[in-house]
Design a protein around this ligand. Structure first.
Ligand SMILES: Nc1ncnc2c1ncn2[C@@H]1O[C@H](COP(=O)(O)OP(=O)(O)OP(=O)(O)O)[C@@H](O)[C@H]1O
Length: 349
């Protein structure tokens, strides 16, 4: 594993009386794509703006390679940024928008041309080179913004909710495209989003932020399977968060001593209410009677909302045509595997 390339140390920022970044530390390896994921107002954009030099730090250091860039003017930081609003120059063509930064830097015409051609090909917009931004779709405009920020060969790319203004279908294809480009260029990248599915799809590593702090970071797999706190479990999607009393009612008294537990929606099995003994290999499971309240079809997933032992649970099953359907009575049995019950720490512990 390579040493960290971009390192944030003790970053603090307050606006008036409000602490927006509270002692943030973060190390990013060269070529890594990390996402900052968190609710609105938790400080994601402010952190990016501090790295780009658009917002001044109160305290802390930002090391890029071995250089502290934390107090340099934005232009000298070698950091590229793409915003949610495409922020293109409306009176310049696609080509001229991409060329802009190179011109500012005083690059010669031939060098500008070859770099622009390379980038137009990279974002697949060669045929739109002479169009103006208002003649492009949102997705195309964001690809121009990406090419423009890459033109000057930044060492770090910062993407601030780059897909938020786009509709769902374009979002999905463009996030894959951005990830492919980032991998191809081995570009160290920080991607801000409040969409957990987006974060799970594009990241090498996800940092969950809350109230100006990174509360947990890890690979998408690790964060999804091992949320440390209730906040992270809730943020990672449809996790069931159980109080101690609820966990006791479902799993019995061998659950340890935490106040809070989590159960993944896909870790519960549903059986017909009439089914008697569990099959071989299912020993160790506990069964509890429940009632289906409703079912949502999420494409290849069936999401059941079930009440069992006075606990409301979300349960996901693969929609493979063999899943349990409602028989009219709503009665069902839940097979619960105690090894799937996760212990959560107290917030801030
Ligand atoms: N220039 C500013 N002056 C005063 N307060 C600000 C300024 N910029 C941000 N804030 C405040 O700092 C907090 C964090 O804002 P920030 O934009 O970093 O959050 P965010 O996590 O990116 O949220 P969102 O997902 O809504 O963009 C908010 O409470 C915001 O109102």
């Amino acid at each position: 594993m390579s040493a960290s390339y971009l390192e944030l140390k003790g970053i603090r920022k307050t606006f008036g009386d409000t602490t927006v970044l509270n002692d943030v530390d973060l190390s990013i390896r060269e070529g890594e794509l990390i996402t900052l994921l968190g609710p609105s107002g938790c400080g994601k954009s402010t952190l990016l703006r501090c790295i780009a030099g658009l917002t001044e730090l109160d305290e802390g250091r930002i090391l890029l390679g071995h250089t502290d860039i934390g107090r340099l003017p934005p232009r000298q930081r070698e950091v590229g940024m793409v915003f949610q609003s495409y922020a293109l120059f409306p009176n310049l063509t696609v080509y001229e928008n991409i060329e802009y930064g190179l011109k500012m830097r005083g690059e010669g015409k031939a060098a500008r041309k070859s770099r622009c051609e390379e980038l137009l090909a990279l974002v697949d917009l060669e045929e739109k080179r002479n169009s103006y931004p208002q003649q492009l779709s949102g997705g195309q405009q964001q690809r121009v913004a990406l090419a423009r920020s890459l033109a000057v060969q930044p060492k770090v790319l910062l993407l601030d909710e780059p897909l938020s203004a786009l509709d769902a279908k374009i979002r999905k294809s463009l996030r894959t495209e951005i990830r492919d480009i980032q991998r191809r260029l081995k570009m160290t990248t920080i991607f801000v989003t409040h969409d957990q599915e987006e974060a799970l799809t594009v990241s090498d590593r996800i940092c969950i932020m809350n109230h100006g702090n990174i509360v947990q970071d890890g690979t998408p797999e690790a964060l999804y399977t091992k949320p440390r706190t209730e906040f992270v479990a809730r943020f990672m999607g449809s996790y069931n968060v159980l109080s101690r009393g609820e966990a006791l009612r479902l799993f019995g008294d061998e659950i340890g001593f935490s106040d809070s537990y989590a159960l993944r929606p896909e870790s519960v099995r549903l059986l017909p209410a009439s089914q008697g003994a569990l099959a071989e290999g299912e020993r160790g499971y506990r069964t509890v009677e429940g009632k289906i309240e409703s079912i949502s079809v999420l494409g290849n997933i069936l999401r059941y909302f079930v009440i069992a032992a006075d606990v409301r649970l979300t349960i996901d099953l693969l929609n493979d045509g063999r899943s349990l359907r409602e028989d009219g009575s709503g009665g069902v049995r839940l097979a619960l595997d105690p090894s799937q019950l996760l212990v959560l720490e107290k917030e801030g512990a």
